[in-house]
Design a protein around this ligand. Sequence first.
Ligand code: FES
Length: 272
Amino acid sequence: MNKIIRKEQFSEKVFLFEIEAPLIAKSRRAGNFVIVRVGHKGERMPLTIADADIKRGTITLVVQKVGLSSMKLCNLNEGDYVTDVVGPLGNATHIEKFGTVLCAGGGVGVAPMLPIIKALKEAGNRVLSVLAGRSKDLIILEDEVRANSDETIIMTDDGSYGEKGVVTVGMEKLIKQEHIDKAFAIGPPIMMKFCCLLTQKYNIPTDVSLNTIMVDGTGMCGACRLTIGGKTKFVCIDGPEFDGALVDWDEMFKRMNTFKDVEKDEVEHLQD
Ligand code: FES
C-alpha cells in the first residue's frame, strides 16, 4: 500500500499525486514509468513518473480521468492509499549532449516530458519547449518547464492562453528560428504522430513516449505490443520511448481503442 501525501487539481480532469514510494524515488530515471492499481481487482495502469523526491521518499504522477481506473485513482485523496505501485519500469530516456533539443508536450504529456527536459538541460543541451493544450486550464507544469528551458512557447487550440494553434505551429516556429538537433514529443498519440510528420520534413530525429494498454509491464503478456520499424516490440520492456518515424501509428490507434466499449459500460455502471 502506498500513501498519497499530496493531491493537487490542475483542471477539471487532471490531478497531480505525490505518493510514498521511497525505493522507486531512489532508483527512477527520466522516462521510467510505474504501474498503479486501485483495488485488488483493479486494472493495472501505466503512468510515467513526472518527478521524485528522494528525501521525502515520494514520486509524482499526473493523472487524467479518462476511464474507470483513472477515475477511481482521481477520486482518492491525501491520506488515502493506492493498492500498489510497481516500478520503476521501462528503459530510461537516452540523454546526451545533442545540442539544441526541441521538447513538445501536449496535455498531460507535459508531466512525463518534465524529467526529460530537466535531464537534457543538466546534460548541457539548449532546450526549447512547446507546451500545448486545448485551453488555458489544460496547460500544466508551466513554471517547472520554463525554469528548465531556454525558451518556452505555449500553444492553446482556442487561443485562451499563449499563442492560438496546435503544438506543431509552435514547433515549426522554433524549427525555422534555429537549427534543431533532436526532438522529443509526448502527448496523445495523434499529436505525437503529427509532431513526427513535421520533424521528418526537417530531418530532425524525434523520440516519442508511448503509453499503450499494459498488464504486467514486464514483457510477459503482450498487451503492449506494437509494430516499430516493421518489427514487433513490447512498449513496456523495449520502450516506452521509440523513434517516432518508425511507429505504426494506425496500429497504435486501433489497439488503444480495443476496450473502449467495455470501458464505457463500466464507467456508466460506476455512475449508476
Ligand atoms: Fe505485458 Fe508489455 S505489458 S508485455
